[in-house]
Each structure stands twice: as structure tokens, then as C-alpha cells.
Design a protein. Structure first.
Lengths: 194, 172
């Protein structure tokens, strides 16, 4: 997003729900609990979790380095293993050819074809390095507003899911024509009686 | 204010279309109550669309302010602005960004240069807070402009004056 420098692309959210009395402790525990974990060389396709803003390798959040004035500021890291469809197609084709050569007959059953595809896919996944992406979060807790550094629908879905699991709060994409928001906030922004 | 009363399928697009018209009324100056005049400039790129899904038609226009004639032509075909590159002048600060009307989102937002930007490691937190303040100012200003539009859209003045001026501007 570029909170520290450069240009930014961002979406805004409203955060609602019950904030516990010991929210700072709760936040600290939950951020660490849902912090980013490296993908091992397994066949897992995706890993998602929180890291600190300034150092995306930091998942310890020492001295509550995510806390600044009224804001909680941290980063969402998503690592994905992406297999090129053309590579998968090629490797499946090779495996099918090999099976035909071994058996000496051309026919491959649908179940066999699916099994080959799954096996090849898992093999490729175990060899494919993950591609990381980083998306910054700036959350004003007292105002219940949050800025998120992406508007990709896929990334927003991942973010909303992890945020809700981490903080047990409701998260709604912000649009100013949301009826509830207009009732609460519009009058503060524009004096309606002028 | 009740958005249901406006019967707007795409409030963001209606707003952005109105904002272009409004920005040309007084050479870019738009008065926000309790804030004062701010400058709004439509720059380089406009995306206009009519309909939705399979039936949508999109036009992309590039060019500087005065050269967005194709944009006006698309408005005459009842298309609305879905996306625009905007420059906001608030006091002495200038912000530039692509505004996505449907989700009220900001793309490649360029913030005004800040006093502290040349310093290296001193007062990182102060610099970050300053940038957050600037981001929030840009977002709040767009919200204020939206509510200015909505207030106008829901008032009797809309049918009596504003829509006539807007239609005249589109025809020009």
C-alpha cells in the first residue's frame, strides 16, 4: 500500500462489534496467534497471517510495534504457490504417455486421468516456491474505521476472513451510501441544514 | 438523508459524473461548507460505462482536462463515470489518485510532499502519522463531496436547477 512511502491503493472498512475491556492485551495475543507462518516444503498451497509493518519478517511484534497513537498498524502477508496451467498440462500429458507406454494400450479411464492429474499437481506443488504478497492495514480502533492496502476481491476476501477470525469483530466494506453510515456520520461531515 | 429516495442504481457513478460537471462550473473550485473552497481537476483518464454485466458498454478516454471531449460524448450516450484520475487541491496540498466510484476506492494515491520526507531515520512515527493524516484527509474530502452531491440530489433544487445545468453542460 505504501503507508511508509510511495503511492497507495486502498479500500476502507468499518469495524463494528464489542471491543473487550482488555483490548490491547487481546490484540497482542491474537496478532501473535494468527501471525504469518512460513510454508514448509509440503503441498500446502497458501499461507496467510499478520506481520509487522516495517519488517515483514517480524511476527513477534515486540514492544507492541503495531500500536501508534489511536492506530493499530500491521501487514497481511499471503504466500501462494501458483502452478502454471501450461506446465501442469504438459506434465499430465507426459505422465499419460508414460502410462500408455507401460501398459501397451491407448485407453486411459477417466478415474485414472483424474488420479494422474492430482498426483502431478501435488508433485509440482512440492517443488514450487511460494510467491509472497504484502498488504498494509491501518486501523483506527476508537473510530471503528480501517484502511486496507488492496481492492482486489480475492485478497479482500482472505483479509476479511482472517480479520474476523483474529479479532472476532465485524468488518464491512465502506461505501458512504450505506444507510447505517449515512444516519450516523453524514451529518458530521456536511451540515445538512445549511 | 435516505439514499432509497434517490433511486440511484450506481450512486458512486452518479456522484463522479456530477463532480466532473461541478469541477468545471467554477474553474475547479468547489465550496464545501465549513471547509471552504477546494480544487478538483479531472486528469488524463476517464472510464465511462452504461448498463452492467453482459450488457455493459465501456469507454476509456485519455487526455488532459480540456481534451476529454470523448468523455462528454459518452455522457451524451447516457454513460456514467466509473473511474477517473483526479487531482484534489486542499489548501496548499495536492493529492492525485484514480477514484473507483463503485467501491469508493483509491488507486495509486499520491500524497502531497511532507516537510519530513527528506529526513532519514528521525521521527519515523511522526512521519507515519503525518502520512496517515494526509490519507484520511483525502478520503474524508471525497466523502464530503459525496454528501454535498447527495444533499443536492435529494433537495428540490435538483429538479428545479441543478439537473438542467448539468444537462446543458453535457450538451456543450
Amino acid at each position: 500500500m505504501g503507508l511508509l512511502k510511495g503511492t497507495l491503493s486502498l479500500s476502507k472498512y468499518r469495524v463494528a462489534g464489542h471491543i473487550p475491556d482488555n483490548f490491547r492485551n487481546f490484540t497482542d495475543t491474537q496478532l501473535k496467534l494468527f501471525s504469518f507462518q512460513e510454508l514448509s516444503m509440503s503441498t500446502k498451497e497458501k499461507s496467510i497471517g499478520w506481520t509487522s509493518l516495517e519488517n515483514v519478517l517480524d511476527t513477534d511484534f515486540q514492544y507492541a510495534n503495531y500500536s501508534l497513537a489511536d492506530y493499530l498498524i500491521f501487514t497481511l502477508r499471503i504466500d501462494r504457490r501458483i502452478i502454471s496451467p501450461s506446465l501442469l498440462k504438459l506434465k499430465v500429458f507426459e505422465a499419460e504417455k508414460q502410462l500408455i507406454a507401460e501398459r501397451g494400450k491407448n485407453k486411459i479411464y477417466k478415474e485414472e486421468r483424474n488420479e494422474i492429474r492430482d498426483r502431478v499437481r501435488l508433485k509440482l506443488l512440492s517443488k514450487t516456491p511460494a510467491t509472497p504478497s504484502f498488504h498494509e492495514i491501518c486501523w483506527n480502533v476508537s473510530r471503528g474505521s480501517l484502511i486496507f492496502g488492496s481492492f482486489s476481491e480475492k485478497i479482500k476476501e482472505d483479509f476479511e476472513d482472517l480479520f474476523k477470525r483474529t479479532f472476532k469483530l465485524d468488518l464491512t466494506p465502506f461505501i458512504p451510501w450505506d444507510r447505517e453510515y449515512m444516519e450516523q456520520e453524514a451529518v458530521k461531515l456536511i451540515p445538512l441544514n445549511q | 438523508m435516505d439514499i432509497a429516495k434517490t433511486d440511484l442504481p450506481f450512486p458512486g457513478r452518479e456522484f463522479l459524473t456530477w463532480l466532473w460537471f461541478k469541477s468545471e462550473e467554477r474553474d475547479g473550485a468547489i465550496m464545501i461548507p465549513d471547509v471552504g473552497d477546494i480544487q478538483v481537476t479531472f486528469m488524463r483518464r476517464l472510464v465511462l460505462e452504461s448498463g452492467e454485466g453482459l450488457y455493459s458498454e465501456t469507454v476509456v478516454c485519455r487526455g488532459f482536462h480540456a481534451d476529454l471531449k470523448e468523455g462528454k460524448a459518452a455522457l451524451r450516450e447516457d454513460k456514467k463515470i466509473k473511474e477517473a484520475r483526479l487531482k484534489l487541491g486542499i489548501g496548499t496540498d495536492e493529492y492525485e489518485f484514480t477514484f473507483k466510484a463503485d467501491g469508493f476506492q483509491f488507486q495509486t494515491l499520491k500524497l502531497p510532499a511532507t516537510m519530513n520526507m527528506t529526513e532519514e531515520d528521525d521521527d519515523k512515527e511522526g512521519r507515519l502519522l503525518e502520512r496517515i493524516y494526509l490519507i484520511e484527509t483525502a478520503m474524508r474530502t471525497m466523502e464530503q463531496l459525496f454528501f454535498l452531491f447527495l444533499k443536492k440530489r435529494l433537495s428540490p433544487e435538483w429538479a428545479a436547477e441543478e439537473i438542467l445545468r448539468l444537462k446543458k453542460w453535457i450538451r456543450e
